[in-house]
Design a protein around this ligand. Structure first.
Ligand SMILES: Cc1cc2nc3c(=O)[nH]c(=O)nc-3n(C[C@H](O)[C@H](O)[C@H](O)COP(=O)(O)OP(=O)(O)OC[C@H]3O[C@@H](n4cnc5c(N)ncnc54)[C@H](O)[C@@H]3O)c2cc1C
Length: 298
């Protein structure tokens, strides 16, 4: 687990959540997982794979500084939640990312800063409807801000959201600025919302903002060498982690557009390790040289 979950310090729906983690201590699961892998002889290169060649065996994985040869590959490059860029939306000074702004209602929605507070969801698809409904369990009111006058969500999901008395839709609008709370705690206090038809900018006092505008799976580097679905996610054979290329497996968010949670990613990661191990046994794989790996996981 060395990805998105560790960029957010507060695993909201995970049983390890006891306190805010001020930094990653030596005993943090990430370090423990790393040491455990290394004990079993895993070589870890912290590099970006820019290109792959799955056309012949062994497979080739290219980074800026090396080429890794592998008999089996597990792709687990994740999917990044899309975010909008406006004043106050970012990280660091003057930004409210992770301090009221999130891209995962399921992960963060139950946090105390959102309880019984007015919240906003930005989006117009099924995820936005689902996230807005979900957030009504915690927030006092949930606004959906959408830049058009219709949703592209399915009828049933729209109906569920529109009939929820705690949800109000702000049509034809986009957020132009996020600003801080009056108490100066450095958390989100409200938004400037622009009506894209009239150009009017209004003020909306809210304590939470959730982007629900989709995810982008990290699959560009595969350059068409694996079957992807229409949204760019790796297609796996149901019930397995096998991809369209024998010997290449996929796990985690890169092949899962429905759940996208740490525990489901870890579960499919375990499945991929077992699938890869069986495959390597079947082909009687041997380690083949210094710049190569028996099984590459990225
Ligand atoms: C803000 C936030 C809060 C969350 N909170 C929770 C929560 O409370 N509970 C929960 O269960 N889930 C939570 N999630 C979801 C969870 O983080 C993901 O489901 C999980 O991390 C997916 O794991 P993954 O290994 O598939 O992908 P990731 O964690 O995204 O890891 C992918 C890794 O691959 C690397 N990578 C990408 N491309 C390449 C490349 N070309 N070459 C080499 N490396 C590459 C990335 O840098 C990254 O390190 C949260 C997500 C976010 C964004």
């Amino acid at each position: 687990m060395d990805g998105q979950r560790h960029r957010s310090r507060r695993p909201a729906n995970h049983h390890h959540r006891r306190r805010e983690l001020p930094r990653l201590p030596r005993r943090h699961p990430r370090h423990r997982h790393r040491r455990q892998s290394e004990r079993f002889g895993t070589k870890i290169f912290t590099e970006t794979v820019t290109k792959v060649d799955f056309s012949s065996k062994p497979f080739k994985l290219f980074t800026d500084s090396r080429t890794v040869l592998a008999d089996a590959v597990i792709i687990s490059t994740g999917a990044v939640a899309k975010r909008l860029n406006f004043a106050g939306s970012g990280e660091g000074a003057g930004g409210f990312w992770n301090r009221g702004i999130s891209a995962c209602a399921v992960c963060d929605g139950a946090a105390p800063i959102f309880r019984n507070k007015p919240l906003v969801v930005i989006g117009g698809g099924d995820s936005a409807m689902e996230e807005a409904n979900f957030l009504t369990k915690y927030g006092s009111k949930v606004y959906i801000i959408h830049r058009r006058d219709t949703f592209r969500a399915s009828k049933i999901m729209q109906q569920r959201a529109l009939s929820n008395p705690k949800i109000e839709v702000i049509w034809n609008s986009s957020v132009v600025e996020a600003y801080g709370d009056e108490d100066g705690k450095g958390v989100l206090g409200g938004l400037k919302v622009k009506n894209v038809v009239t150009g009017d900018v209004s003020d909306l006092k809210v304590c939470g903002l959730f982007f629900a505008i989709g995810h982008e799976p990290a699959t560009k580097f595969l350059d068409g060498q694996l079957e992807l679905d229409e949204d760019g996610y790796v297609v796996t054979k149901p019930g397995t982690t096998k991809t369209s290329v024998v010997g290449v497996f996929a796990a985690g968010d890169v092949q899962d557009k429905k759940y996208r949670q740490a525990i489901t990613a870890a579960g499919t990661g375990c499945m991929a390790a077992l699938d890869a191990e069986h495959y390597l046994q079947e082909i009687g794989s041997q380690e083949v040289g210094v710049e190569s790996g028996l099984c590459a996981k990225l």
